[in-house]
Write a protein that binds this ligand. Structure first.
Ligand code: SF4
Length: 451
């Protein structure tokens, strides 16, 4: 199979090169000082590529200034413009950025117009040696694809293949593909299907891996690791972003750990031992002696998460020593529950879909997400989304049952599935409104939580 490598500024991605780690600013790009400072921090903390929200021409101009200031400060980390709908903005951004992230299918509802706009973008990218990431997300597929394949891993793969074909027909191979989802099974299935197509067609393009809207804290980390480690363990994936609803700098040590884990000569599994229960379920007994809880959490998720996701085992039993002391039983039980849920094997709490926030977020997402979690923690079997903006939030919350979506400064829209129920409610009332529709649906037996 021919493996295409793609240049993004001074970084080359793909064709068996080491996995590149990246993150995204959560500052408004128009706030040049804040974005410059955050880029500086992220570059110094190891981000090899940095993405910034670029929703309009104002942000394109800000990006130009940020890039210049970074160069003057001796920072040459490639910058990516994150564009969602406007081909004009994507084309303008290609004059500035090292890579443009777009879903060309969103340029227009008319496929012929979308294709014409994509061709214009390609011609600028060719001239300036700029890469394109074709970013297909579960939950935001085009109508035609959904009609034919459903909002499914197959649909995601087909959407990507369509734009890969357009790129090939226009003699442009500097493309990177992402097929992100918040559901680890959907995400891994989609990438695997696409990789199979690459093998069949004899040419592969670099893949950018990510579990979107993974949330925060231990659960966000574990969920990200399960998705990324499953694919990287099979040699699928060239660049990764761990998206957490936290300071983006917190994503980098997690991404670095995962990338490093797969450079080790072979994954050494500590004390591997699988037993079978009377009911036929298989339990792995794993033993760790490790320096810190954080390292245990990431390593054990890399080791065991893929086996759970792929149904090779059904449960885990752990014996863990942290810095020479036995780990607390409660901590191990919490980890087990988180890992089983991240691998979608057993749900013991609500499933949260929370975007990492970016320059489009107009409220303190971290605080709001914590508050939503606190007040909905009893809703096991529910999928609840907390999204930073109304532009992409509703599309990207995919299969959430209910959504809390930022609609403007101090304004929130509450969703039931894909339907906006309360629009532009003041932020102070928004969680009450969310609970109000959940309770109403419960009373009217309109919603049955998953087991
Ligand atoms: S959904 Fe969140 S991460 Fe995505 S564009 Fe909106 S605010 Fe940014």
């Amino acid at each position: 199979m021919k493996r295409v490598s793609v240049r993004v500024g001074n970084i080359i991605i793909g064709n068996t090169r080491p996995v590149v780690i990246q993150t995204m600013c959560n500052t408004p790009t128009g706030n040049i000082d804040a974005s410059f400072n955050q880029c500086l921090e992220l570059a110094r903390k190891g981000s090899q590529i940095i993405r910034l929200t670029t929703q309009g021409i104002k942000e394109v101009n800000a990006l130009r200034e940020i890039k210049l200031r970074l160069h003057n400060a001796g920072i040459t980390t490639p910058l990516v413009a994150d564009v969602h709908f406007s081909s004009d903005v994507a084309i303008a951004a290609a004059e500035v950025a090292d890579k443009v992230r777009i879903n060309p299918g969103n340029f227009s509802k008319d496929p012929a117009i979308a294709l014409e706009e994509y061709k214009k973008l390609i011609s600028i990218c060719k001239k300036r040696d700029v890469a394109i990431r074709i970013g297909i997300n579960h939950g935001s597929l085009g109508e035609k694809i959904i009609e034919k394949y459903g909002d499914s891993p197959l649909g995601m793969k087909e959407a990507a293949l369509e734009w890969i074909k357009m790129s090939q027909e226009n003699d442009f191979d500097q493309i990177i593909i992402s097929l992100k989802a918040s559901n680890t099974r959907i995400m891994t299935d989609a990438y695997r299907l696409l990789y199979e197509s690459f093998k069949k067609n004899g040419v592969s393009y670099p893949l950018h891996l990510g579990v979107t809207e993974a949330g925060n804290g231990e659960s966000g980390r574990i969920k990200s690791v399960v998705g990324l480690a499953t694919l990287l363990g099979e040699g699928i994936g060239d660049t990764i972003r761990v998206s957490l609803t936290e300071d983006p700098a917190n994503e980098l040590p997690v991404a670095a750990f995962i990338a490093q884990y797969f450079t080790e000569p072979k994954v050494v599994f500590h004390g591997q031992n699988i037993s079978t229960n009377q009911d036929g379920s298989r339990i792995i007994h794993a033993k760790y002696s490790i320096k810190t809880w954080e390292e245990f959490l990431l390593r054990a998720s890399c080791d065991l998460g893929p086996m759970l996701l792929d149904n090779l085992i059904d449960d885990i039993s752990l014996s863990v020593s942290i810095g020479g002391k036995e780990a607390a039983e409660n901590d191990l039980l919490r980890f087990r529950d988180e890992l089983l849920q991240a691998a979608r094997r057993k749900f013991t709490k609500p499933e949260y879909i929370a975007c990492p926030g970016c320059g489009r977020t107009l409220f303190n997402l971290e605080e709001v997400f914590e508050e939503v979690k606190k007040r909905t923690s009893h809703l096991t079997g529910y999928n609840i989304a907390v999204m930073g903006c109304i532009v992409n939030g509703p599309g990207e919350m995919a299969d959430a049952d209910y959504g809390y979506v930022g609609a403007g400064r101090d304004k929130v829209t509450i969703y039931r599935g894909k339907t906006a129920v309360f629009m532009n409610v003041p932020q102070t009332d928004a969680i009450d409104k969310l609970l109000e529709i959940i309770e109403e649906d419960r009373r009217n037996k309109l919603f049955r939580p998953r087991n």
